[in-house]
Design a protein around this ligand. Structure first.
Ligand SMILES: Nc1nc2c(c(=O)[nH]1)N[C@@H](CN(C=O)c1ccc(C(=O)N[C@@H](CCC(=O)O)C(=O)O)cc1)CN2
Length: 293
């Protein structure tokens, strides 16, 4: 079987084109969306992610506000920058790049929920639980959008989400069980008695455990769609570091479709971030127009 490649880079390009048109319409109304990022420390991966986000913004016409803090910054110093961005009218939405090595809950809670383009503020996660509209987390929405764009049936599908983290596994399972998605979801984690059995039943498998090669070909139902969210770094026999996903590479022999890694869910995470920034700006325009009427 030759698995279809669920190419996130191609979809990122399409989404950027659509967003550029929406940003132009906002500009006609006098609004320039602005994305703020807060980066703590000198982790090369985090620097790459933040740099990529600002490059994406430039291509779409979104202004960039970048606050880089040195390693060893305190929680208070990070919170000062968060409060500054909460109050900055040029900043439509912002995020604090994770991990910071600090109290992530205190940081997430300090972000103005209306500017929370990561969709990870407790209030916004609460709205998701309640089924109300609010900014949605970027990686989970990226997974759903990737499946939609490649016409992978979601309604009625059995989905195994491997990983129960706050940024991916848990919110993704909530999104997939909304009426608009209508999937049946099993969340697998370190306490799952028989991972292979749970995964083998699934039409769609999301690997979000961060354990390289955890999900092997014998666990895959023939024809299933696989999304790899794992971004562990391993050193190969050549001594070079590379990204290793949660799926064993040979799963392509059994699956119907597979997201490459890199090039799958990562670019979709960036696409959803841009979408959240534009949506936040559109909401702010609507509120301003309603206030003026
Ligand atoms: N505040 C947040 N922090 C983090 C998030 C997040 O959603 N919000 N997610 C991850 C990192 N992340 C976004 O910030 C992210 C991950 C991957 C990519 C990406 O495009 N990856 C490329 C390959 C990169 C490589 O070669 O290493 C790909 O998959 O093709 C973008 C953003 C943790 N922190």
């Amino acid at each position: 079987m030759t698995a279809t490649r669920l190419d996130g880079s191609v979809i990122l390009g399409e989404i950027k084109r659509d967003l550029r048109a929406r940003v132009e319409r906002l500009a006609e109304a006098g609004i320039v969306p602005g994305l703020g990022t807060v980066l703590v420390g000198d982790d090369p991966g985090s620097h790459w992610y933040v740099g990529a986000k600002h490059k994406d913004c430039a291509e779409v016409g979104i202004a960039s506000i970048r606050r880089d803090l040195p390693a060893g910054s305190t929680l208070e110093e990070v919170l000062d920058v968060v409060h500054e961005l909460n109050d900055d009218p040029a900043c439509t939405g912002f995020l604090v790049q994770q991990p910071t090595g600090l109290d992530e809950f205190a940081i997430l809670s300090a972000v103005d929920p209306e500017k929370d383009v990561d969709g990870l503020h407790p209030t916004n996660l609460g709205w998701l639980v309640l089924g109300k509209e609010a900014p949605l987390p970027c990686t989970p929405m990226g997974c759903v959008e990737l499946l939609r764009r490649y016409d992978v049936p979601i309604a009625g599908a059995r989905v195994a989400v491997v990983g129960r983290g706050i940024t991916v596994g848990r919110p993704l399972s909530l999104i997939l069980t909304r009426r608009s998605e209508n999937a049946t979801v099993t969340i697998c984690h370190t306490g799952t008695r028989d991972l292979a059995e749970e995964v083998r039943r699934a039409d769609i498998v999301i690997g979000a455990a961060g354990v390289p090669g955890l999900i092997t070909p014998d666990m895959i139902k023939p024809g299933a769609a696989l999304l790899d969210v794992g971004v562990s770094r391993v050193v190969g026999a050549d001594g070079k570091s590379r990204v290793a996903g949660d799926f064993h590479p040979d799963v392509v022999e059994v699956a119907g479709s597979v997201s490459p890694n890199p090039g799958g869910v990562g670019p979709m995470t960036r696409a959803m971030l841009l979408t959240n920034v534009v949506l936040a700006a559109e909401r702010q325009l609507e509120q301003a127009q309603a206030g003026a009427a």
